[in-house]
Design a protein around this ligand. Structure first.
Ligand code: PAF
Length: 284
């Protein structure tokens, strides 16, 4: 496995692969990789001849008061994980390699980006779409792999790929959890020991909601109430949002009779964590 920093050099390698008729899988990441990323790389390895993992903390998807500067970075650890998981290349560009100083193109997927995380993070999805489409143009993968933990991101990228005719299959991969249920996230590294145990309340509240849905409850307000009550029982937790939306349109539902996404964002101390599950009435 090799690490490449320059776009031209990466393109040269990809062209050689394409000339040999090899397929390419892309796993876009912001680094500080964990078992969730590892599962994406392994899936990409299974389904493609070659795998590129991009490691780039993308400045355009962070708002002015967000954690761009403090976002955890450890390229040596990432290289070891990628190599063990079977990746062929880590693409680790600098911000000036990725972005022209006078770049002025934006990509906005309207509708899907307005609720959930987009409501409080107005620049986030524009930045994600911009960097992901640049990576798609640089790597020209056959398939690209994203985690279902970022359910809104996955829906937005799928829509962008369809709307802009990218010839790329977007593959969503299941959430990977710690043994005690906490969804794996690079941001879990911000949590103190005490906050780490408090963070379990996210998955616990979703588990209660799933049980109620399985028991046949179909009133979104009642389900949201179950989640909110559980989250409020943890003094370190501060709710950002608890939402039940249609899993395709991401619009809130009045009654649960279709495929829904139950999504939450919660501050544990200063750390904002997200979690979710999808549910189809009669189908789970
Ligand atoms: O999910 C992430 O880590 C990022 O949003 C992504 C898709 C790598 C774009 O920077």
């Amino acid at each position: 496995m090799i690490t490449i920093n320059a776009i031209n050099e990466l393109r040269k390698q990809i062209n050689e692969w394409k000339l040999k008729g090899l397929t390419v899988g892309l796993v876009p990441t912001m680094g500080f990789l964990h078992e969730g990323h590892e599962s994406l790389i392994k899936r990409a390895k299974k389904e493609n001849d070659r795998v590129v993992v991009s490691v780039f903390v993308n400045p355009t998807q962070f708002g002015p008061n967000e954690d761009l500067e403090s976002y955890p970075r450890d390229i040596k650890h990432d290289e070891a994980l990628c190599s063990n998981a079977g990746a062929n290349i880590i693409f680790n560009p600098s911000p000036s390699e990725m972005y022209y100083k006078d770049a002025s193109t934006t990509i906005n997927v309207l509708g899907l980006t307005e609720g959930l995380c987009g409501a409080k993070r107005p620049v986030h999805f524009g930045g994600v779409c911009l960097v992901v489409s640049k990576l798609f143009n640089i790597v020209t993968p056959n398939r690209a792999y994203f985690g279902e933990k970022d359910a809104q991101q996955l829906a937005v990228i799928k829509k962008m790929v369809r709307d802009l005719n990218f010839d790329i299959e977007v593959v969503g991969c299941p959430i990977v959890r710690e043994i005690d249920g906490l969804a794996k996230s690079s941001r879990n590294s911000y949590l103190s020991e005490h906050e780490r145990s408090a963070a379990l309340v996210l998955n616990q509240s979703l588990t209660l909601a799933k049980e109620a849905l399985l028991a046949g409850k179909n009133d979104p307000a009642a389900i949201k109430n179950i989640i909110t009550k559980k989250l409020d029982s943890e003094s370190l937790a501060k709710i950002d949002y608890v939402e039940i939306v249609d899993s395709l349109t991401l619009k809130p539902v009045d009654i649960i009779n279709s495929s829904i996404l139950v999504a939450i964002a919660v501050y544990i101390g200063k750390t904002r964590l997200i979690d979710n599950f999808t549910f189809t009435q009669g189908g789970n």
